[in-house]
Design a binder for this molecule. Structure first.
Ligand SMILES: [Zn+2]
Length: 74
């Protein structure tokens, strides 16, 4: 199986048809949810994000910043 484009040690279980990237569960999110995506109707990532199965990119960014801040304050 192809690997996540950011994590070569993880399987890329989600495939973004627009960007052509395979992503692991942590990385999977629609990178341009407000821009028209010709694959949107067939995009598994977009669908799962809407259903609440995946965290949106915006939420992921917030979480990453919070983790980062925690590290600094420790
Ligand atoms: Zn990943």
């Amino acid at each position: 199986m192809d690997k996540c484009y950011r994590h070569p040690d993880r399987p890329g279980i989600y495939f973004c048809q627009k960007d052509g990237n395979r992503m692991c569960e942590e990385c999977a999110c629609c990178h341009s949810p407000n821009i028209y995506c010709q694959h949107r109707s067939a995009c598994v990532i977009n669908m799962l994000t809407k259903q609440g199965e995946l965290t949106s990119c915006a939420e992921k960014l917030i979480e990453e910043r919070q983790k980062h801040d925690e590290k600094i304050s420790v």
